[in-house]
Every structure is written in C-alpha cells, then in structure tokens.
Write a protein that binds this ligand. Structure first.
Ligand code: SF4
Ligand code: SF4
Length: 436
C-alpha cells in the first residue's frame, strides 16, 4: 500500500495548524519537504518535548514523506536554543536532510517564515508552499505519519498544559477528552476563576467552557486567571475593539512596521485597515484589501500597538467583509523582503514580558503516564474539508483505533477513530460520544 493511502486510512491531519489532511501533501510531488519544529507560541513546549522523546518516529515520518513526494531534499526547522532536541533529532536524520536552525523569535513557526528561512523562496501572495515546490509538516504530523505506516491511526493528541496550572506538562490525551479532565490531570488550576486559551495566547481561542474537547489540532491549553491582562483584553465585546479603534488610532503605523508578513514583502498594512473602521463603505472596501494576506499572528494587537488597540481583529473583520463583497485582492507591489526585517524581529522573551506571562514561563516536561479518561466526545470535523460521516450507532461497542467516522474516496477530509474502548452513548451530526 502507498504511504499516502496508509496516511489517509489513519486519519492523519496537520497537527500544528488548521488540520489539512496529510495524505494530500504525501501524494504531491515537490522539490523540498520541510519539518516544522519551530514552535513559537509563548508557554507551549509540546513540539520540543516530542522531538526530545520521540526523535526516531519523527525522523521516520520525515523520511517517508521525502520518499512519497520524491523530494530531492528535506529541511528540518528547529530553534537553535533547543540544543537537546537538535542532538536527539540529528542522530536519526539521513544525508538528504539539512537542519534549519532558527532564532527564538515570534513567529518563527509561521510557514511563510520557515520556507523563506530554509529555501530563500517566498510563497506567492495568497499561495501555499506547494506553489514553490515545497510541503511543510509539523513534527507531530510526522510522528503520526510514522505510526500510520504501522497501521496505527490517530487516536491521541500530544498537548502542553501550562499557565496558572499546578503541574505544567506535555502528555498524550485521547481525542475527545474534555478540558476539565486534561486540566485535572495536570494537577488542576492554581486559581479558582480562570479562562483557557486553546492553542496558545497569540493565535488560539479563549474559552471558559471546560466541557470543550481536545481535537487532532489542539496544541495546548494555557490557563490564566480571569483578571489576567490577556483575558481582559480578549474578553472585550467585539464592538468595543472596533469602536475604540475608530476613535483612538493615531495612524502611527507601528502595527504595520512590526507585521511579519509586511516585513517579508507581502502587502499587509494593518494601519490602513484600521482606517476602514472610520471610513465610508467605499473607503472600507479599499482599506480592507490590506488585510487579505494577514495570517492573524496577533503581533500587531498584542505587541506592536502602543495604544492597546485591535488591528489584528480589524484585519479579521476586513477579510470577512472582503469575502462577503466578493472582492479578490491581488498584490500590486513586487515581492521584496524589507531591508530591516531582521532588526524588527520580536524575541520571544520580550513578547512574554509584554504579555505579562513571565511568571508562567517554565518548562512543561513530558509526562508518560496515561491520563484516566472514561468519557470522550469526538468531533466529526477536526480537519479542513467535509466532516466525516458516522458509521457507528448508539449502543454499539467500539475499541480504541476502530474507525467510527469515514470520508469517502475523493472527498477532502479525514477519517475519525475511537480514542478509547467503550460503548457509543450518542451520535449526532457533530459528535460521537463514547463511555468506557
Ligand atoms: S499601532 Fe495602533 S495606533 Fe498605531 S496605527 Fe496601528 S492600530 Fe493605530
Ligand atoms: S495579525 Fe497583524 S501582525 Fe500578524 S500578520 Fe496580521 S496584520 Fe500582520
């Protein structure tokens, strides 16, 4: 069986991003394959721990992907400061692969940044790495590809739990486990009232609902007291972000000057997008276009803006308005990396200080113990494409690893598997619940 078929059967999706089905990348023909181990979300260390403890599996997955794509070379992106991970991984990489050592900046793990650092190629505006002969995979995706080769499907997610937590750690969790169970396994929260940033404080979502569950793309849970600066900022009603921005933005343009996409040469100019909050509809449609190539990294809102305004959120809103209006943005300026790009990079330590997270900046070591989980609620949509179709019924007994949600041949999506042994207690169009 081809590697890509095994990857499809095992339901592997991009573990570090939006959940793009991995078999499609494995099926393409490219020049370069890149491994992304450049984790840069503050406080999240799960890729580092995975590289440290499972270098053989990650390297095997990388090798399989190089083989299936017929790539001539692999680049393994990892932060230079992570010397232990570098030495663990280096022992298993073959001669076709080069290490790309990265600085400790935010957002070093952005696909566009990594591709440029490794290959000196720029992904075209609104394009994907495939457009320039590259595929990029997160290290956990590579780990899952190695397991898929042995017919082991994706039933667990490796996550990092950090912040105001008693025992910050990285560990495997059955997919569909509630945040409540995950936080309890990490010793519980240090504070009574807290919120949880799912996937990180920069690009993740804030929730107070502990019944939400871990999916194939959950990188980590950052627990913070409800009165923390970041929760207060994120928890403002959306209309306030835009109302305050409309009156208080003085067009200093710091948000643009620090924007990593702008510095790479893309026409992203959040200070101009801010103008759309105060201008007429016609004006907004013009200024909104400067948001189309924004990757929502959050640096403009949480680091650059001296007035604590919300340019990233203005860009998110602008992108929706552009889509609704059917406007397609085409970059006018030629792509050219900004001459001062290196000087404007944001050191992670500095970002952590600005976010008032220095008290939580600790290691999150790998905990090999098995989390006791009696109940899971597995989403049928954990990936880009169509949701899987449930193929089990309420009352049916299932075993860990058994396929319970299917994607038809030719459809974009990923299969779903039972993450624990037990009985199916509920099936609806969104979830399959299992109790042991
Ligand atoms: S940095 Fe803040 S104040 Fe300055 S232009 Fe951007 S949004 Fe406006
Ligand atoms: S969120 Fe802000 S800094 Fe990040 S890419 Fe978008 S505009 Fe640039």
């Amino acid at each position: 069986m081809l590697h890509s078929e095994k990857i499809f059967n095992a339901g592997v999706v991009g573990a570090g991003g939006a959940g793009f089905p991995a078999h499609i990348k494995a099926n393409s023909k490219v020049e370069y394959v890149l491994a992304n181990g450049a984790e840069c979300e503050p406080l999240i260390h799960k890729d580092y721990e995975l590289m440290l403890h499972f270098p053989k599996e990650i390297s095997k997955g990388f090798e399989l992907l190089i083989e299936s794509t017929s790539a001539k070379k692999g680049f393994f992106g990892v932060k230079e400061k992570n010397t232990k991970a570098i030495s663990a991984i280096s022992q298993h990489l073959n001669g076709k692969t080069e290490l790309t050592k990265l600085g400790d900046f935010y957002p070093s793990g952005d696909e566009f940044e990594l591709v440029y650092e490794a290959t000196e190629r720029l992904i075209p505006p609104a394009g994907i790495p495939l457009d320039i002969g590259c595929v990029v995979n997160n290290v956990e995706t590579l780990y899952n590809i190695a397991l898929a080769e042995k017919d082991i499907p994706v039933t667990k997610k490796f996550i990092c739990v950090a912040g105001a937590i008693k025992k910050p750690a990285s560990f495997f969790v059955p997919i569909g486990t509630s945040f409540k169970d995950v936080i309890a396994f990490a010793g519980g929260s240090k504070v009574k009232d807290y919120g949880v940033f799912v996937g990180g404080v920069m690009m993740g979502q804030l929730t107070f609902d502990l019944e939400e569950v871990v999916t194939k793309t959950t990188a980590g849970l950052i627990v913070l007291p409800k009165d923390h600066y970041l929760i207060k900022r994120k928890n403002q009603p959306e209309q306030n972000w835009h109302r305050i921005g409309k009156s208080a933005c003085d067009q200093c343009s710091y948000c643009t000057e620090f924007c990593p996409r702008y510095l790479l040469g893309y026409q992203v100019e959040p200070h101009k997008v801010m103008r759309s909050l105060g201008f007429t509809k016609t004006g907004a449609s013009v200024w909104n276009q400067m948001a189309e190539l924004c990757c929502s990294c959050g640096l403009c809102t949480l680091y650059a803006c001296p007035e604590d305004l919300y340019p990233k959120e203005a860009c998110d809103k602008a992108k929706v308005e552009m889509r609704d209006a059917g406007i397609k943005f085409v970059q006018q300026k030629p792509m050219k990396v900004h001459p001062i790009k290196e000087g404007r990079r944001v050191p992670l330590k500095q970002l952590i200080m600005k976010l008032k997270l220095q008290d939580y900046d600790v290691e999150a070591p790998y905990n090999p113990e098995k989390i006791p989980v009696k109940k899971v609620r597995i989403p049928l949509q954990q990936h880009i494409g169509n949701p899987a179709t449930a193929i089990v019924k309420k009352g049916e007994g299932v075993e860990e690893g058994q396929i319970i949600g299917k994607i038809s041949d030719g459809e974009l999506g990923a299969n779903i598997h039972a993450s624990i042994n037990g009985k199916v207690t509920d099936v609806n169009e969104k979830f399959i619940s299992i109790e042991s």
